[in-house]
Design a protein around this ligand. Structure first.
Ligand SMILES: *[C@@H]1O[C@H](CO)[C@@H](O)[C@H](O)[C@H]1NC(C)=O
Ligand SMILES: *[C@@H]1O[C@H](CO)[C@@H](O)[C@H](O)[C@H]1NC(C)=O
Ligand SMILES: *[C@@H]1O[C@H](CO)[C@@H](O)[C@H](O)[C@H]1NC(C)=O
Ligand SMILES: *[C@@H]1O[C@H](CO)[C@@H](O)[C@H](O)[C@H]1NC(C)=O
Ligand SMILES: *[C@@H]1O[C@H](CO)[C@@H](O)[C@H](O)[C@H]1NC(C)=O
Ligand SMILES: *[C@@H]1O[C@H](CO)[C@@H](O)[C@H](O)[C@H]1NC(C)=O
Ligand SMILES: *[C@@H]1O[C@H](CO)[C@@H](O)[C@H](O)[C@H]1NC(C)=O
Ligand SMILES: *[C@@H]1O[C@H](CO)[C@@H](O)[C@H](O)[C@H]1NC(C)=O
Length: 717
């Protein structure tokens, strides 16, 4: 130790008596430090005057100096009792100047102060109240996560132990509960934690569309993916989708994130128009929790847009969409659409009528009103409605304008034996009333069919009839009936054309081939008037069917025949075929001379007939004469007496008849009543084949044609 040092030490000893007075000498700072730890005491060694300088720095513990530094001699001194094992150090160059004290001991707790002397500046003091902290009882605090939830202190019965119980209401954000114990801020608190597994129903469930969908507006037919997110739910929940109380189990999947405690479910949805205004719900249920508080849902209402669904309907609920003529009818275009249909178009028989001038006054948006229905309004009606999605067309409905029967131009017609009433009406008539009036008779009929067979008409139809018909169709009665005067003349049979005259069994006979549709025949005998040159009806009777049938194969062909009695020269025989509509024109036949000759009586007949009474007396004489003469005559005409020659006049035999005759030749010959001929159409011709006839000794097959043709005459009847 130098002298100088000793001097300083001496000074320090002297000055150590000096005590620091808080507030007067300088400020007092408080400082804490842990036992066995280090601490640093700072001394304010700045002077504030630039040319000033530090001359002396002294540290005191209480009233004792523990360190000094003399800047002028650069001498440093430390108390050996304090600077144990060199635990004290200083960094004199720093301002403020730190004094480092290591390995603090409990008795280091004291009031320290430093004294600083400058050349110019007055002496400065700084006091530091150092507290050395040994093992204070810890302070316990509770944390939920990072949040302090309880810091109330408490004691324990066990020495040196403290314990604390936490009563914490569990909330959704409760997760890790930490207990921290500390007795000084100088060291980190010790802690312990427990992680709480808290069952949670979802705090929030939300439905989102994956695409950019505005206000849940979807278009029918498209496919969408919708996502449901359940937040803050533990453990993984069951997520169910419901569409209007219908559980959707398909096209969905579910994920779970245990860190964020978020569950997600995706649903693929293809809405239809029926789903408009339907509610879509996502319901999350936590299976770990008791029912009641375990579920949470989000519900949205779908706005499903679709193309209009259109239907045409009638306002007046007529039968079968029928409208009576002159009535009003209204059609409505019934539309279901979302959004609402804003445009309507009407079609008549597939033609748009909106622009059509004829129809313009009928169309009012979705309504079509026809105030007075005409027949032209019969047809198919349809409409189209449009909205922003598209357009929909209704199936057409057929509207029929009904009207009462009315007569067509044809009126009443007669074809064959059927009369028909020609009316038009919608619907078709269901009943016809007929009035058939002749000169003297009247008949009324009601039929369902427009045609009536004359067979059901009972009155005589030989002349014309005034036929009137009227129809009903359930709508109304025909206002003006159809009427026509009808002649039935053309329904009469044809004139017989295949007739012959013969002389048999002492009288003239006529035979004809039956005429189609004839029901009976009449024969007449016409005689030339003596006063004037006209034919006068002498005799009229019916002609019956001949007993002798001419058959050909299976078809039966009958001949009809009638007895004429006697015919004289100039007489004519007529035949006519008749039915209910009257008789045909008469075919007139004139007997040939040959036939007349054949019909002549023997000469003695004449006497016998003429005056039987007068010549009774001469009878015997005459008889003798006659007998002898007769024998001679008989010898000459033997063949004729045994087999009288029929002399037959044949008229109008056509090919068919000829064939029939040919095929039935044997029969004919035996009956001896017919001869073939080849004439036609009443042409007058010469006799042919007579020679041949004469050469034949007997009438055997084939019979010679003996043909006499007569002129046809129109009947005066
Ligand atoms: C005190 O200081 C010394 C030296 O600077 C160091 O080795 C020691 O670890 C310190 N003690 C504490 C408790 O910090
Ligand atoms: C304390 O003592 C050690 C040696 O024992 C010495 O090196 C040191 O400088 C002293 N401290 C002060 C501030 O003088
Ligand atoms: C110094 O600190 C201790 C403990 O903190 C205290 O009891 C004492 O009164 C203080 N001394 C002065 C002078 O402030
Ligand atoms: C639910 O979550 C959604 C999205 O995170 C949010 O917008 C909404 O406000 C939440 N609702 C409630 C009731 O917390
Ligand atoms: C679930 O479905 C959605 C939509 O279908 C799809 O995007 C997603 O990848 C699916 N996720 C899983 C995990 O299958
Ligand atoms: C549904 O969506 C359509 C189209 O966006 C809209 O016009 C209509 O107003 C919506 N309906 C409702 C009830 O929101
Ligand atoms: C006979 O009557 C039927 C039925 O009416 C008819 O079809 C036929 O044409 C008639 N024949 C003649 C020749 O008139
Ligand atoms: C011809 O005489 C008959 C009577 O013999 C008579 O009925 C008839 O009217 C007369 N005809 C003519 C045209 O004079």
């Amino acid at each position: 130790m130098s002298v100088y040092q000793a001097l300083i030490y001496f000074i320090l000893i002297l000055s150590s008596i000096y005590a620091f007075i808080i507030g007067i000498d300088g400020p007092l700072l408080h400082q804490e430090a842990l036992e066995d730890d280090n601490t640093t005491l700072y001394c304010d060694t700045t002077s504030g005057i630039s040319e000033d300088e530090l001359t002396l720095l002294v540290w005191y513990k209480g009233d004792e100096s523990i360190y000094s530094y003399d800047a002028r001699s650069n001498d440093e001194w430390s108390s050996l009792t304090f600077n144990i094992s060199g635990r004290l150090s200083i960094d004199i160059s720093k301002r403020p100047t730190p004094l480092y004290i290591r390995s603090l001991r409990a008795d280091d707790e004291a009031l320290y102060h430093c004294r600083v002397e400058f050349l110019l500046t007055p002496t400065r003091y700084t006091g530091i109240n150092l507290t050395v902290i040994g093992r204070p009882p810890p302070h316990i605090s509770w944390y939920n996560g990072e949040v302090l939830v309880d810091a109330s202190g408490s004691e324990s019965d066990i020495p040196n132990v403290r314990q604390n119980e936490l009563y914490l209401p569990l909330t959704r954000d409760t997760n890790r509960i930490t207990c921290k114990a500390t007795n000084t801020v100088l060291s980190a608190p010790i802690s312990s934690y427990v992680d709480i597994e808290l069952y949670l129903s979802a705090s929030n469930v939300t439905i989102h569309w994956l695409k950019d969908i505005q206000s849940n507006t979807l278009q029918a037919g498209n496919t969408y993916v919708v996502k449901c997110t359940a937040y803050e739910v533990y453990p993984s929940p069951d997520i169910a989708w419901w569409l209007n109380h219908k559980h959707l189990t398909q096209y969905s999947n579910q994920t779970w994130n245990h860190i964020t405690k978020t569950a997600e479910s995706y649903l693929q949805l293809s809405p239809t128009m029926k789903d408009d205004r339907a509610t879509l719900a996502c319901v999350t249920t936590n299976p770990a929790m008791p029912p009641g508080k375990n579920s949470k849902a989000d519900v949205i209402t779908l706005n499903v847009t679709y193309v209009p669904i259109v239907e045409v309907s009638t306002v007046e609920s007529g039968k079968l969409n029928g409208v009576i003529e002159n009535d009003t009818f209204r059609l409505i275009c019934d539309v279901k659409a979302n959004p609402r249909a804003d445009r309507f178009m009407w079609y008549f028989n597939n033609t748009n009528i909106d622009e059509n001038q004829d129809w313009q006054e009928y169309v009012f948006g979705n309504m079509l009103i026809i105030k007075k229905a005409f027949r032209k309004h019969t047809g198919q009606y349809s409409c189209i409605a449009k909205n922003s999605i598209g357009e929909g067309e209704a199936e057409g409905i057929n509207i029929t304008v009904l009207y009462a029967p009315e007569c067509t131009n044809n009126g009443v017609s007669l074809i064959n034996e059927v009369i028909t009433c020609h009316v038009r009406s919608v619907p078709d008539p269901n009943s016809f009333t007929w009035y058939i009036r002749t000169d003297s008779q009247f008949e009324e009929l009601t039929t369902k069919s427009p045609s009536v067979s004359l067979s059901i008409v009972t009155i005589s139809l030989t002349k014309t009839a005034n036929i009137t018909c009227g129809a009903k169709n359930g709508i109304a009665k025909q206002q003006k009936p159809c009427t026509k005067i009808i002649s039935f003349k053309h329904l009469r049979p044809k004139t017989p054309r295949q007739c012959d005259l013969s002389y048999e069994s002492n009288q003239f006979q006529i035979h004809c081939i039956p005429v189609e549709n004839a029901t009976h025949y009449e024969i007449t005998v016409w005689r030339m008037s003596t006063s004037n040159a006209s034919l006068i009806l002498n005799h009229k009777s019916a002609m019956g069917f001949d007993a002798q049938a001419l058959t050909r194969n299976a078809d039966e062909v009958w001949r009809v025949g009638g007895q004429l009695g006697t015919l004289s020269e100039g007489d004519e025989a007529g035949a006519t075929a008749c039915n209910r509509y009257g008789c045909s024109e008469i075919l007139l036949l004139r007997p040939t001379e040959k036939l007349l000759n054949a019909a002549k009586l023997p000469w003695w007949y004449f006497f016998l007939d003429k005056d039987v009474g007068i010549i009774v007396g001469g009878v015997l004489l005459v008889v003798l004469f006659v007998m002898s003469t007769a024998i001679a005559v008989c010898a000459v005409r033997r063949s004729r007496v045994k087999q009288p020659v029929p002399v037959i006049q044949v008229v109008e035999i056509d090919d068919l008849t000829r064939e029939i005759l040919n095929s039935t030749r044997d029969l004919k010959v035996r009956s001896s009543c017919s001869l073939r001929s080849r004439n036609s159409d009443y042409l007058e011709t010469e006799e042919v084949g007579l020679t041949q006839w004469r050469h034949l000794p007997v009438i055997l097959d084939p019979p010679p044609p003996d043909v006499t043709l007569t002129r046809h005459r129109e009947s005066p009847v």
